[in-house]
Design a binder for this molecule. Structure first.
Ligand SMILES: Cc1cc2nc3c(=O)[nH]c(=O)nc-3n(C[C@H](O)[C@H](O)[C@H](O)COP(=O)(O)OP(=O)(O)OC[C@H]3O[C@@H](n4cnc5c(N)ncnc54)[C@H](O)[C@@H]3O)c2cc1C
Length: 300
């Protein structure tokens, strides 16, 4: 009988882990807390190493979005701009996409029927672990349907925590977040823009940076650009209180540029926003009694 693995989280890490486990002869089950698969997401660029991982994973349907034209502009406080180097000018000529492109290709890999039929990896939405007890040979997991609160117990040979920065698997199997998360006193906010900033070419990228904060607009080939705001914050906890847009308007009040205003004006209506603090997860070991926690997250 094939060994059973529970993979918690339907992001890049979870689907990659499930795909690899399946290839190695395991029967993985993915649980995802959200009610459905997310799409969209922020701009990411893959270095040649990342593209090698794409090949290894067999992601032949990956959609990439390097702009065929377009310039990266650096904006100054007086509203002037000059050509600059952007992410895609990094050595190795990175490949551009949004997070959802990688997830869509992985989904295709683990659910070749598009999710409608029985083939591929089993995926359970609205499901999260609430208890994990492992003795090194078998892992007993209590799972909760987060929409109904109904709980059930199941045994697995392995549990993989691929549930992001604030991993429930890590906290259940290893201990509270505070033991492992060091803060970098920095915040990020990343989301898709409805359209390009005024007076910019459709595929242009823009950077407005000063000490302690930056606003990036990343132009892409066949979709609207994405925005990334980064800033330093002494009190990270306070950043999560009050109105997010007002806070960011305050932080970037000294960047009175039409492109920055365009980004901030788009924020209240976005449905696809990552606003989070930046941490590094440090652990002496990444597995215990049949549970493990992959570290894939760069930045936040
Ligand atoms: C702004 C930004 C830019 C980035 N740029 C790049 C880049 O240029 N190149 C690059 O290689 N990487 C980049 N990264 C990093 C990359 O995007 C991440 O490493 C990757 O998306 C993380 O995937 P993940 O699956 O580990 O976690 P996540 O994407 O966080 O997915 C976790 C999943 O687990 C689910 N989940 C959470 N809790 C539970 C629970 N209790 N039970 C069940 N499910 C749960 C969540 O709903 C989610 O679906 C960037 C990251 C950010 C934030």
């Amino acid at each position: 009988m094939r060994k059973r693995a529970l993979v918690v989280g339907l992001g890049i890490a979870g689907m990659s882990a499930a795909s690899g486990l399946r290839r190695a002869g395991w029967a993985p089950v993915i649980t995802e807390r959200a009610p459905e698969r997310r799409t969209g997401g922020y701009f990411i660029n893959l270095t040649p190493e990342g593209m090698r991982a794409v090949d290894d994973l067999g992601l032949d349907t990956l959609h990439t979005r390097n702009p065929e034209r377009g310039t990266t502009w650096s904006l100054n406080r007086r509203g002037h701009r000059r050509p600059a180097l952007g992410w895609l000018d990094l050595p190795g000529r990175p490949t551009a996409m949004v997070r959802g492109d990688v997830e869509a290709a992985l989904w295709q890999r683990i659910r070749p029927d598009g999710g409608s039929g029985e083939s591929g990896v089993e995926v359970r939405f609205s499901t999260a672990p609430v208890e994990i007890v492992g003795d090194g040979t078998v892992v007993e997991v209590e799972l909760e349907d987060v929409s109904t609160g109904r709980r059930s117990r199941e045994s697995f040979d392995l549990v993989v925590g691929a549930d992001g920065l604030r991993s429930t698997v890590r906290s259940l199997a290893f201990g509270p977040h505070e033991r492992f998360m060091t803060t970098w006193n920095a915040m990020i906010c990343a989301f898709s823009l409805p359209g390009q900033a005024p007076s910019s070419g459709a595929q242009d990228s823009l950077i407005s940076a000063r000490s302690g904060g930056a606003v990036w607009v990343s132009g892409l080939a066949d979709r609207a650009p994405t925005a990334l705001l980064t800033y330093c914050a002494k009190d990270v906890g306070a950043q999560f209180t009050g109105d997010r847009t007002e806070r960011l308007r305050d932080v970037f009040a000294d960047m009175d540029h039409p492109a920055v205003r365009h980004v901030l004006d788009a924020l209240p209506t976005t449905t696809d926003c990552l606003f989070d603090s930046v941490h590094q997860v440090k652990m002496d070991r990444w597995s215990t009694g049949g549970s493990c926690s992959p570290a894939t997250r760069r930045g936040a």
